[in-house]
Design a protein around this ligand. Structure first.
Ligand code: C5P
Length: 241
């Protein structure tokens, strides 16, 4: 089993979003951050451009969160997961919106992988922060995004997922409803005094931890900093109690 959230160090909790266009730039950034952060996050842009071999190369520097947000029929998601699980990333994710059968198929793929000695944990994306109440209403969802996120988190837990991707603003409610060992990974983190950029509902590292986040995803405040390793040190300092 992985460490309970309460046992993780600030370094282990810090996930850096490598939103960079090429393998060359991503590997150069990984070299600067290796040993200083818990995980590197590879999103769709970089994965589509550089592929699985690149992820293998990156994993020589740090554990990887493969943020591919699968959403398809259960069999397709299960097979796609089986393919990426060969890389043994630290985290993978799927959309909770894919429904309970899809979540169960995904959880089964990860369960089999872990039973064979793999380390991967499965997260479910609750509600994209790009969807506000109006956008959800247009999709046929009544109610507030935070209530839908909580419902999706409960569904993901019942289906066997290890945690969710959610806003730090929802982490406390999800921890209360689903328990501490059901992880909360939260993007939209900004160091105290930093610009929010295009993130709408941000929290500082200390606030997010206080709300019960297991892992914090930070991208541009580190990758666009003149001194990325220095930016990491400052964020880790903010995370220490
Ligand atoms: O640069 P920044 O810290 O805003 O990067 C946050 C990362 O988290 C990006 O890779 C973004 O796509 C991702 N993300 C997010 N909000 C979500 C889900 C993922 O910002 N709800």
């Amino acid at each position: 089993m992985s460490a309970a959230p309460a046992d993780l160090t600030p370094r282990e909790r810090l996930v850096v979003a490598l939103d960079l266009p090429t393998a060359r730039e991503a590997l150069a950034m990984a070299d600067r951050l290796a040993g200083r952060v818990g995980m590197l996050k590879v999103g769709l842009e970089l994965f589509c451009a550089e592929g699985p071999a690149f992820v293998g190369e990156l994993q020589k520097r740090a554990p990887v969160f493969l943020d591919l947000k699968f959403h398809d029929i259960p069999t397709t998601v299960q097979r796609a997961l089986q393919a990426v699980l060969r890389l043994d990333p630290r985290l993978v994710n799927v959309h909770a919106q894919g429904g309970v059968a899809m979540l169960e198929a995904a959880a089964e793929a990860v369960r089999v992988h872990r039973a064979a000695g793999g380390r991967t944990e499965l997260l479910a994306v609750t509600v994209l922060t790009s969807l506000d109440q109006q956008a959800l209403a247009a999709l046929g969802h009544a109610g507030r995004p935070e209530d839908l996120a909580l419902a999706y988190a409960k569904l993901a837990r019942e289906a066997g997922c290890g945690g969710v991707v959610c806003s730090a603003w929802e982490a406390a409610r999800i921890r209360e409803a689903c328990g501490d060992t059901f992880h909360r990974l939260t993007p939209g983190i900004r160091p105290a005094g930093a610009a929010a950029q295009d993130q709408a509902r941000v929290m500082t590292p200390a606030q997010a931890l206080q709300q019960g986040a297991t892992w914090l995803v930070v991208g541009r405040p580190i990758t666009h900093a003149p001194d990325p390793a220095g930016a990491v040190q400052a964020i880790l300092a903010e995370m220490r109690p």
